[in-house]
Design a protein around this ligand. Structure first.
Ligand code: URA
Length: 240
């Protein structure tokens, strides 16, 4: 696609506004200054304006505050899906990046950028995920050590070290836990392994992306340019 068309489709203005932008010398393609509107760009090229990368046209990134009761899927015969919570204006090919259990709430990213999704979920990249949980049972300093050492939750390998922070300890406890991997029901299974039960679970962040406190459960918004840039930076995913 021509660079001027690409910039227009990415929402940077009309053809003539984009021509001016190109003349100003602030547009780069793969780090090289780009001045010619007719320059060809491919999907994998990194196009930036004033040092800030812009997304390829058609790619969308939504932050959803997933409520309990819906499933992290694009289709389901029994339950509403997270995709059903996006506005009508959202793209039709969006999917959730990873899964939260039906009864888990919190941050979920939906996109149609398969590459970024792959980078975020890749076990090699260890993107931290932080969860808040209410726990039935007394969480103690021993649990902090056990989580740090890694737990046998019935899989082939022990879990990777996880950071556990106790917010309240008592008959019912409240904690923050940071995981560096994403196994099935992982938080619940880690607490089961130490004799406790998760009563409520909410994901607060995924890497640098934090659940927007202004969102209510069931609401969503598009990611800001800064949020997207930070995710690409930390995963090394620059659409190459
Ligand atoms: N761990 C769980 O047990 N459930 C989730 O939904 C996410 C992490």
């Amino acid at each position: 696609m021509r660079l001027d068309k690409y910039l227009c489709e990415a929402g940077l203005g009309t053809r003539s506004q984009v021509k001016k932008l190109l003349k100003s010398g602030t547009v780069t393609v793969n780090g090289e200054p780009a001045l010619r509107p007719e320059q060809k760009v491919e999907e994998q090229d990194r196009v930036a304006v004033a040092g800030r990368e812009i997304s390829a046209p058609g790619l969308e990134y939504w932050m959803l505050y997933k409520p309990a009761g819906c499933v992290s899927a694009t289709e389901d015969r029994r339950f509403p899906t997270v995709v059903d919570l996006l506005p009508e204006s959202a793209g039709k090919d969006l999917f959730p990046v990873g899964r939260l259990d039906r009864d888990t709430e919190g941050l979920l990213l939906l996109t149609n950028d398969g590459k970024l999704a792959h980078f975020l979920l890749s076990p090699r990249r260890h993107v931290d995920k932080v969860y808040y949980a209410k726990i039935q049972g007394t969480v103690t300093a021993d649990h902090i050590l056990a989580f740090q050492e890694g737990l046998d939750i019935g899989d082939e390998k022990k879990t990777l070290p996880a950071d556990l922070e106790i917010l309240k300890s008592g008959e019912d406890s409240e904690i923050l836990v940071t995981l560096r991997e994403g196994r099935f029901h992982q938080v619940k299974r880690m607490f089961e392994a130490v004799g406790c039960q998760v009563l409520y679970l909410k994901r607060l962040s995924m890497g640098s992306l934090k659940l927007d406190e202004a969102l209510q459960a069931g609401e969503c918004r598009m990611l800001t340019g800064e949020e997207l840039e930070a995710l690409k930076e930390e995963t090394g995913c620059w659409n190459r």
